[in-house]
Design a binder for this molecule. Structure first.
Ligand code: K1U
Ligand code: ZN
Length: 173
């Protein structure tokens, strides 16, 4: 059975770190990827970066279908954005590391990304719609950026305070 992983939340300093490139795609890495997918579905969420489960490596999982019947997690190892559209889109984003808080973020509407897949094969794919939004949100995590970093200092500070308090209260319960 795949182990569920603990998701860290703001203001954990690990969320601010730049994750390291993955060196080898092997069975140990695939075990981590399986655990991340299981953790994402259980949360529930539509994406998860390795740093959110305390592993600062350039690796993420995404499934924007979110359906229970057909699970098709997509894994991205060492993803690199190689093209972004001038067209922008705005989405009310959430984050499993910032529970219960949402905010509108503007990003390129379409992106082309190069990455290694679950098997370690090189891929290059164009993403649109929610896939493009979610993938850019997850790739931000690999560079130590959380969506609240796009908000004003005041709003960000208020959200971090609330999440820190809620997390502390949950630990006491
Ligand atoms: O923590 C994360 O990075 C995951 C995050 C991904 C994301 C959501 C929205 C826009 C951009 C990126 C989430 O999955 S938050 C939860 C969520 O959006 C969701 C949960 C259940 C069903 C549908 C969506
Ligand atoms: Zn997130």
């Amino acid at each position: 059975m795949t182990k569920l992983l603990d998701i860290i939340s703001v203001p954990d300093p690990l969320l601010k770190t730049v994750s390291q490139e993955v060196g080898r795609v092997d069975d140990e890495l695939r075990r981590l990827m399986d655990g991340m997918a299981e953790t994402m579905y259980q949360a529930p969420g539509i994406g998860l970066a390795a740093v959110q489960v305390g592993v600062p490596q350039r690796l993420l999982v995404m499934d924007t279908e979110g359906g229970d019947e057909e699970r098709t997690p997509q894994f991205f190892i060492n993803p690199k954005r190689i093209w972004a559209s001038d067209e922008r889109s705005v989405y009310n984003e959430g984050c499993l590391s910032v529970p219960e808080h949402y905010a509108e973020v503007e990003r390129p509407a379409e992106v082309r990304v190069a990455y290694l897949d679950y098997a370690g094969n090189q891929q290059e794919t164009l993403f649109t719609g929610l896939d493009a939004t979610c993938l850019q949100h997850e790739m931000d995590h690999l560079d130590g950026i959380v969506f609240i970093d796009y908000l004003s200092k005041l709003k960000r500070g208020m959200i971090i305070k609330k999440v820190a308090k809620a997390t502390k209260d949950t630990k006491i319960l």
